[in-house]
Design a protein around this ligand. Structure first.
Ligand SMILES: [Zn+2]
Length: 492
């Protein structure tokens, strides 16, 4: 349990609960047939009477969006609702043209479950709002985002430090992307994190029992568009609250919503927090209620079958079967294109030694080309096939290709494509292991470096590396360094 001891000696326990909104990837919006594409279109092009709140327009439910949310529930071991109902959450704002948002209050689609050890309260389905664009003294509203399917996940108040909060949010992002149900970019606003933060001198129970009374006054912090901001905002808010309770600050501690100002590195008061009563929730009379047991495609078994391999299962399998390091595994989880290459290549290899070598070239060198801005590194991952990467690794194993040559080969594959064999021939990368030919090189190095030879013979054995280096230079990198070493030792 995270505990912070103030200068006065008083011990404080922070408690954090997260509310995370994530836009669902679907063809159409939540309650109409408008295209779900809020980022790439001219303002107010994907709109209709339903999503702009015209009187008399009737909404209908997007099944795919509900399925997406329930898949998340299945992945997290949650309970799935049998009965579904949508409610109206009433408030007045230009970005909500009906003056209410359709959400779920009493009957969320998903309840319970856990992720990275953090228990969930619920996940419900709702619609996104429009976007307000402030220009000078005017505000313009773009309704393309109005009624885009949105899931809201609420954790239990069982997080006690910023690290765990960030770990949870990162893992959720990875899950949404793995399931293909959402883009989940914080920067774009596809995923929005709000943190309810409080501190208390009473140590919270190890297992949350539904009792909020000892947590202290909570504030809700929002406007964090990166994981770094989430961490900084939570840490700032914990410190701010403790400073108030310690009498070190003139700020006041009230239940309110606070924004994160990333430039100033602090939170600021936005508005007092509404309670559920303020929203006057009531069931939306225009939307039919569903009994999921009547819909076989929504059964846990049917949804389970549609799930891909989940991140935590893949982590375990990659560590067990390939023996690669955990940084590499995370890299593949985060970068599906590289993961596909790795998967295709490993299918043609057979030892952990080969998998590790392969992984190094993909996660270090190839990833380096992708990140590089240099012209000489311009290429395309699509030029490369996993099979040819496997062939490259096998050429190294057979002593035909040096690690230096492999890097050249990889860059050539990335830039122009081609098979490992054809590139090796074209670029003269085949490593010579023929002793007769290499012997000539060794003789030449010895003849040209008499001084070093004398030192070597006098006991400076580390000069062997120098000789090998000279031999590699003389052969323009084509000599097998192992054979060079063997011959130098023999001939000196
Ligand atoms: Zn519409």
């Amino acid at each position: 349990m995270n505990k912070i001891i103030a200068k006065s000696g008083t011990e404080y326990y922070p408690t954090i609960g997260l509310e995370i909104h994530a836009e669902m990837k679907t063809k159409t919006k939540m309650f109409c047939r408008c295209k779900n594409d809020p980022f790439n279109s001219e303002p107010n092009t994907h709109i209709c009477p339903v999503c702009t709140g015209q009187p008399g327009a009737l909404p209908f439910v997007n099944k795919q969006a509900c399925k997406n949310v329930m898949k998340v529930g299945v992945a997290l071991g949650s309970d799935l609702a049998d009965f579904s109902e949508f409610d109206r959450k009433n408030y007045f704002y230009p970005d909500i043209p009906k003056a209410y948002q359709i959400s779920q209050y009493q009957y969320p689609l998903v309840s319970g479950g856990e992720l990275v050890g953090v228990g969930l309260e619920r996940i419900h389905m709702e619609e996104d709002t429009a976007t307000s664009i402030h220009k000078g003294d005017r505000t313009l509203v773009d309704y393309n985002r109005s009624s885009v399917p949105l899931m809201e996940l609420v954790t239990l108040p069982v997080i006690h430090d910023a690290d765990t909060a960030v770990r949870f949010a990162r893992e959720l992002q990875l899950l949404l992307r793995t399931l293909g149900v959402g883009g989940a970019s914080l920067e774009k606003g596809e995923m929005r994190i709000e943190a309810n933060v409080s501190v208390s001198t009473v140590k919270p129970k190890e297992v949350f029992d539904g009792d909020f009374s000892n947590f202290g006054t909570k504030t809700e912090v929002k406007n964090m568009s990166s994981f770094k901001m989430v961490r900084n905002a939570i840490e700032y808010e914990i410190a701010r609250q403790i400073a108030i309770l310690e009498g070190e600050s003139n700020d006041v501690l009230v239940q309110e919503t606070r924004g994160w100002d990333d430039n100033k590195g602090r939170t600021f008061s936005q508005r007092s927090k509404e309670s559920a009563d303020d929203y006057r929730y009531f069931p939306d009379p225009d939307i039919p209620k569903y009994r999921f047991s009547d819909l076989p495609e929504f059964s846990r078994e049917a949804l389970q079958k549609e799930l891909p391999e989940l991140p935590w299962d893949k982590r375990e399998r990659y560590a067990r079967d390939f023996g690669i390091k955990s940084e590499d595994i995370e890299f593949y989880l985060q970068n599906p294109q590289f993961d596909t290459l790795f998967g295709e290549a490993t299918a043609k290899l057979s030892s952990q030694d080969e998998y590790k070598k392969l992984s190094n070239y993909i996660s270090t060198d190839l990833a380096g080309f992708e990140k590089s801005n240099k012209d000489e590194h311009k290429g395309n991952l699509e030029n490369i096939s996993g099979g040819e990467l496997a062939e490259m690794v096998q050429m190294i194993d057979r002593g035909e290709l040096s690690s230096r040559g492999a890097k050249d080969m990889l860059l050539e594959m990335y830039k122009n494509g081609g098979t490992a064999q054809s590139i090796a021939e074209k670029k003269n990368l085949i490593q010579k292991s023929d002793e007769g030919e290499i012997k000539k090189i060794v003789e030449q190095v010895i003849a040209e470096n008499q001084e070093q030879v004398a030192q070597y013979k006098a006991g400076e054995e580390k000069l062997l590396q120098y000789f090998i280096g000279q031999g590699m230079k003389l052969s323009k990198g084509s000599a097998n360094p192992g054979v060079l070493a063997k011959l130098f030792k023999q001939m000196l």
